[in-house]
Design a protein around this ligand. Structure first.
Ligand code: 9MR
Length: 369
């Protein structure tokens, strides 16, 4: 099969690596052409390849692009390349319940309808988190009992609204810090302790018994303490009969911290061994940019990291999906969050793929190992 039309060497000459560079030296083609192959077509049937739907909803503090509304090439990219989509912001608390008991499903509905129109699944993100909560919730002075009621009503309403249409939900997002302690700032675990997580899963299950319900976090593959906290919690929840169905490994990786996380695959396997589905839910590989540009060497290393992430998922039978976050680079969350960093996704813009795209195609074509 002649599937790869990417990789022609069209870019400028690379600057020599500096003596302080931590990136491996390699020569690799510069990014080039629009993809002529679809990731979802080359992926094995039992591995869904996905993307977030950037923007969506109305979070204060950041000016989010809304390309699903305004950018036809972006819609084309999402429609042709992926088998699962995750609204990046549209279903967060501040977007979906901006005032108490007042719900705004417009952006979420648009993303879900788009996915359905193109035969794609949807992951719902998220139902409790320490960020992107509305002021009415965080500054409302609610008692623990009131917070319990508020969380119940939110989960029942939001999950119920999409009953049968959202295949998997990130129920509890980033509830532990990198030391394995409860993450401060989540209004619900702050007030009610980790026990509220079990209730959140039960309420989500009542609202949509068919949805697979996930814990979800970053650095699980690199922080042993965080990983252990999740393994312990998952065991407890399962022992109590809580409808926990999966563990989401976000996969926000950085070339500034080489090598590729050595425990990536064994982390997926450890959760699979508990009987859970596992998913890579927010994969991206950011890097420090010199003069706003990635070097060929950086792009080659990035491609290899994308390959390793997908290969890790393919090696674990219960790994069901790999979702990339905030693509293409022009819409990624990274530059606004990490000054001087970016180029984190496999696409420069809506129609220009990078070496990471070739690596994804090759890894997916290799199939399950
Ligand atoms: O990419 C998201 C960005 O657009 C939002 O401003 C930000 C705050 O809501 O959240 C980003 O996505 C995060 C995700 O929801 C949870 N894991 C970390 C992601 C990157 O910060």
């Amino acid at each position: 099969m002649a599937l790869l039309a990417l990789g022609a060497c069209t870019g400028p000459a690379e600057p020599p690596p500096t003596s302080t560079s931590t990136e491996p030296v390699a020569s690799e083609p510069r990014p080039s052409a629009s993809p002529t192959v679809s990731l979802r077509t080359v992926a094995p049937k039992d591995l869904l390849i996905g993307s977030s739907v950037v923007g969506g909803g109305h979070l204060s503090g950041t000016d989010h692009p809304q390309p699903l509304e305004s950018d036809a090439a972006y819609r084309q990219l999402l429609a042709t390349q992926f088998a699962t989509l995750t609204p990046e912001n549209a279903l967060k608390w501040a977007s979906v319940e901006p005032a108490r008991d007042t719900y705004d499903f417009a952006a979420g509905d648009a993303a879900v309808a788009f996915a359905e129109q193109h035969g794609e699944q949807v992951r719902g993100h998220n139902l409790m988190w320490h960020q992107s909560n509305p002021a009415w919730l965080t500054e409302g002075g609610f008692t623990p009992d009131q917070l319990r009621q508020i969380l119940h009503d939110h989960i029942s309403t939001v999950v119920g609204h999409y009953r049968g249409r959202i295949a998997a939900w990130d129920v509890a997002n980033e509830i532990f810090d990198d030391y394995g302690r409860l993450q401060a700032g989540d209004p619900f675990t702050d007030a009610l302790g980790v026990g509220i997580v079990a209730d959140a899963f039960r309420w989500a299950h009542e609202a949509d018994p068919a949805a697979v319900l996930y814990l979800n976090d970053y650095n699980v593959e690199s922080s042993a303490a965080k990983r252990q906290a999740y393994l312990d919690l998952a065991r407890q929840l399962l022992a109590q009969g809580v409808p926990l169905g999966g563990m989401g490994i976000q996969g926000h990786l950085s070339l500034q911290y080489p090598p590729f996380p050595p425990d990536f695959r064994s982390t997926l396997q450890a959760f699979a061994d508990l009987g859970l589905d596992v998913a890579i839910t927010e994969l991206d590989v950011r890097m420090a940019l010199t003069g706003g540009e990635a070097t060929g060497d950086q792009l080659a290393t990035q491609a290899d990291w994308y390959r390793q992430a997908v290969a890790g998922c393919l090696a674990v039978a219960r790994c069901v999906s790999v979702t990339m976050w905030g693509l293409p680079d022009t819409y990624s969350w990274v530059p606004a969050t990490f000054t001087g960093q970016g180029a984190a996704t496999p696409f420069i813009d809506d129609s220009t793929a990078k070496p990471a795209f070739d690596a994804l195609v090759a890894a997916l074509q290799a199939g399950r190992t």
